[in-house]
Design a protein around this ligand. Structure first.
Ligand SMILES: *Cc1c(COP(=O)(O)O)cnc(C)c1O
Length: 359
């Protein structure tokens, strides 16, 4: 086997054990004589797969009983509009925290539906900081507060959860869900595209407090109504069955490996090691302020950008792939999600050190 250490931001690396299991079950799932891809989503086999995935996610994240878990399509980007459409109710404004490209997109979409009050904007720092908790002044009449706890592109992660009082907090956790323990009860709604830290693309997970369901106005597309999906156990129409199954295998893998608490400890160590190597070097540097460096997406730049191409080419020869930074920021970015083993970090650090000595 010739697996690379894949540092892609998404779609991203999956645990090898999960892919092997999917391979073993590909043609005949559990004696059914069918691939999961071929099953009716309403058949008893698939229903059991779907229910197990939800139960395991609930256990992993300790999701309280008064929250629904929805398995949807459309990506996190569809949530940029589903959130305002569904949560505004009779209110006319929502609070947004602007900390990077993803929150910016969420804001421009929300502006189509309501007055967006930007409570903090870190664009002056080129999105390399997060606002201080004390500086966040929320509007008590806002329908909700939206933020992006981990900005995938610049690699900025909030070290705290904003306290919004009685106003529901909405979080786009696409790139850091399941990476560390959180208290779901602090949130009104959590959403995440699956293709970063969960499974393959095509699945979007929404965790929503029940009292926030059913506030949408009439005349909205049926498929954009959380209530429809909640009432139909995410099977109003055909769900992304295979992605849901694979996400379920990842949840089982997480449980077998100590759950989110163990992952958090591994992720902390992986990130600290990589940032320490960057900080100790004369060639590499991190543009992100220390208190909010992401554990999942680690951007770094070379002192001489003319070396970028050579760095990427030589890294690829060592099977260290997809390290190129986002086109909007340049440099490098190592995305080190749950499925990236510690050996991948060690291999990257060792390569970076050899490369620095060679130039
Ligand atoms: C990748 C990403 C998105 C976009 O996800 P899609 O599933 O492609 O729509 C949104 N928010 C964050 C934080 C992301 O990392």
């Amino acid at each position: 086997m010739n697996r690379a250490f894949n540092f892609s931001a998404g779609p991203a690396i999956l645990p090898t054990a999960v892919l092997e299991r999917a391979r073993d079950e590909m043609l005949d799932w559990n004696g059914s004589g069918m691939s999961v891809m071929e099953m009716s989503h309403r058949g008893k086999e698939y229903m059991s797969i779907a229910a197990k995935a939800e139960a395991d996610l609930r256990e992993l994240m300790s999701i309280p009983d008064n929250y629904k878990v929805l398995f949807l399509q459309g990506g996190a980007s569809s949530q940029f509009s589903m959130v305002p459409i569904n949560l505004l109710g009779d209110k006319t404004s929502a609070d947004y925290i602007l900390t990077g490209q993803w929150s910016k997109k969420a804001i421009s979409e929300a502006k189509r539906y309501c007055d967006v009050n930007i409570v903090a904007d870190t664009s002056e720092s080129k999105f390399t900081t997060v606002p201080a908790a004390a500086d966040l002044k929320f509007n008590p009449d806002a329908a909700y507060v939206h933020y992006t706890p981990n900005e995938t592109i610049v690699g900025v992660e909030f070290p705290y959860v904003p306290d919004t009082g009685d106003v529901p907090l909405v979080a786009d956790m696409s790139s850091n869900i399941l990476s560390r323990q959180i208290d779901v009860s602090k949130y009104g709604l959590i959403y995440a595209g699956a293709q970063k830290n969960i499974g393959p693309a095509g699945l979007t997970i929404v965790i929503i407090r029940e009292d926030l369901i059913g506030k949408s106005k009439q005349n909205m597309p049926t498929m954009f109504d959380y209530k429809i999906h909640a009432e139909n156990e995410s099977m109003y129409n055909t769900p992304p069955t295979y992605s849901w199954y694979l996400a379920g295998l990842v949840f089982e893998w997480l449980k077998e490996n100590g759950g989110v608490a163990a992952m958090e400890e591994k992720n902390r160590i992986k990130a600290e090691k990589l940032y320490a190597a960057i900080d100790a070097s004369a060639l590499y540097s991190s543009p992100v302020e220390k208190n909010c460096r992401s554990w999942m997406n680690v951007p770094f730049v070379l002192a001489n950008a003319e070396l970028d191409a050579k760095f990427l080419e030589q890294a690829a020869k060592q099977k260290l792939v997809a390290l190129k930074g986002h086109r909007s920021v340049g440099g490098m970015r190592a995305s080190i999600y749950n499925a990236m083993p510690a050996e991948g970090i060690d291999a990257l650090i060792s390569f970076m050190s050899d490369f620095e000595k060679s130039v």
